[in-house]
Write a protein that binds this ligand. Structure first.
Ligand code: 3PY
Ligand code: MG
Length: 263
């Protein structure tokens, strides 16, 4: 089976830079995949992406050095199964708030006897090789998003979940629930404490800690803080920012920033 290079990077404690796609296009997924990301996540939660878009995007990413991942819309075993069959090498699951939800999520990503994933690997066999079914349980990455107050309260129990590789902070939702406003780079003391808590408890459990960021500079600061997996903004933010900068440079002005959490 094509091994999961992200798992190896985590074992070697190398940083993983993860692209994030919300635009439903195989072509833009292919462009992103050739820019040097270690992994690229197809975002089925807030991206404008349906399953047939996701399939083309996973195919496109497969033609690049990046490892293809998907964020599902919710903790839905059917969607997880279809994305794994389509060749996602890992799943990021939003809004995990309890150990039971984490257990169900991991179970949906694992074939029996470890889990409840149904057999039909389809495109995963083409991308991964014919021994995919034998090794998939060990290679597919599982990341539970911590972005609710309950998820934070149950953090240790979630991190105890057998087969869960790590957690990924959704800072917009987390700040919304903790402070009343969605701000991915919030400096509110409750957010700073929550992020430190997730980082330190993940380390104590020997699990990966990841976080969504709104820029390369913000992602660099998170790596320096100790996160292993960072996302330096999504394609929409990067496209908008590049356009604003190009227009400003053309007119000899400084680029305006848009206020809404990196957009
Ligand atoms: C969040 O910040 O809440 C996320 O889910 C990142 O996309
Ligand atoms: Mg979120």
């Amino acid at each position: 089976m094509r091994m999961n290079r992200l798992k190896e990077a985590f074992r070697q404690q190398l940083p993983v830079v993860n692209g994030w796609l919300a635009i439903p296009s195989g072509y833009s997924a292919e462009i992103a995949g050739h820019q040097g990301y270690d992994a690229i996540t197809v975002d089925m939660q807030h991206g404008m992406i349906d399953f047939s878009n996701a399939l083309s995007m996973l195919q496109a990413i497969s033609c690049t050095p990046a490892v293809p991942l998907a964020r599902v819309a919710c903790n839905d075993p059917a969607q997880i199964m279809r994305l794994l069959d389509a060749g996602a090498w890992g799943i990021i699951c939003p809004m995990i708030s309890s150990a039971e939800q984490a257990r169900q999520f991991v179970s949906a990503c694992r074939y029996p006897p470890l889990g409840t994933r149904s057999f039909g690997p389809a495109r995963a066999l083409l991308y991964g090789g014919k021994d995919y079914p034998q090794y998939a349980n060990g290679e597919i990455l599982t990341l539970a998003m911590i972005e609710t107050r309950e998820g934070l309260a149950n953090l240790d129990a979630i991190l105890d979940t057998e087969g869960l590789d790590g957690v990924f902070i959704g800072p917009n939702d987390l700040s919304l629930t903790l402070t009343g406003s969605a701000s991915a780079e919030s400096q509110h003391p409750d957010m700073l404490a929550a992020i430190e808590l997730v980082l330190s408890r993940s380390g104590a459990h020997g699990k990966v800690a990841g976080i969504f960021c709104t820029s390369g500079d913000a992602a660099a600061a998170r790596l320096a803080q100790g996160f292993q997996l960072v996302t330096p903004a999504n394609d929409v933010m990067q496209l908008g920012r590049a356009a604003r900068e190009a227009i400003a440079a053309t007119l000899g002005k400084s680029a305006p920033t848009r206020g809404v959490s990196g957009y």
